[in-house]
Design a protein around this ligand. Structure first.
Ligand code: DX5
Ligand code: ZN
Length: 220
């Protein structure tokens, strides 16, 4: 079942040159896109480190891009305010770690941001079902988080379909965002199941024609 929302391609800055992050953000603007996906990693929840609030704060005045912030942290509730102050506009947090998830989602929304719940490939859709009325975004990981350039997990498509079916049955309005190994083929598989927001790292930054790449995903 296709999504009621128009498609959005959100390039992941993690796949750009980390010595030229401003240029990486500008490439998104140059491709005519509006969202920038920002992967925040703590070396605990995921076995990698990326960047912190200062990067967002320094990129913030350079563009009007919508900062779609993906917190892969064991304790995201302790970092919400620093990312809000740095210019995040949507914050997605993971369901897996042990912290007050529902209160943190409520706090993000109360601060005027869009909030999202993220789940790993091995986490069943049922884990986020009780939270669906409280979120603007469901971030379905299509790879095990921690690194870009990984292979798309096709077995996650059924979970996207389930989360999409709940959205329709309950007349909810959350977006369904897919993240990891998404390109202009795997992204269209996800779109057919109800996804509408496509995080693309490697596929976007390595595309010979980034605008044409995004158009194929948006239009397909
Ligand atoms: C992985 C991140 C993804 C990643 C996507 O943990 O959440 O956003 O950067 O990169 P690709 O598109 O290369 O898989
Ligand atoms: Zn991500």
């Amino acid at each position: 079942m296709k999504s009621p929302h128009p498609p959005i391609v959100a390039p992941s800055l993690l796949a750009s040159n980390h010595g030229r992050l401003a240029e990486g953000a500008q490439a998104v603007v140059d491709a005519g896109l509006k969202w920038l996906h920002l992967d925040i990693m703590d070396g605990h929840f995921v076995p990698n480190l990326s960047f912190g609030p200062q990067v967002l704060a320094d990129l913030r005045p350079l563009s009007d891009l919508f900062f779609d912030t993906h917190l892969m942290l064991d304790n995201p509730h302790e970092y919400i305010e620093p990312f809000i102050k740095a210019g995040a506009q949507q914050i997605s947090i993971h369901i897996e770690p042990d912290y007050p998830v529902a209160d943190t989602l409520k706090y993000i929304r109360a601060r005027g941001l869009r909030c999202g719940i993220a789940l790993n490939p091995g986490t069943p859709a049922a884990a986020v079902e009780p939270l669906l009325e409280r979120v603007d975004n469901v971030l379905v990981m299509t790879v095990q988080p921690g690194f870009g350039g990984q292979k798309f997990h096709r077995d996650v498509l059924a979970k996207i379909a389930q989360i999409s079916a709940w959205r329709a049955e309950r007349k909810l309005a959350y977006r369904i965002e897919v993240d990891g190994g998404v390109d202009d083929e795997t992204g269209l598989w996800c779109k057919a199941e109800g996804a509408d927001t496509f995080v693309c790292g490697t596929a976007f930054y390595h595309a010979p024609d980034r605008r044409a790449f995004a158009t194929r995903l948006e239009a397909g």
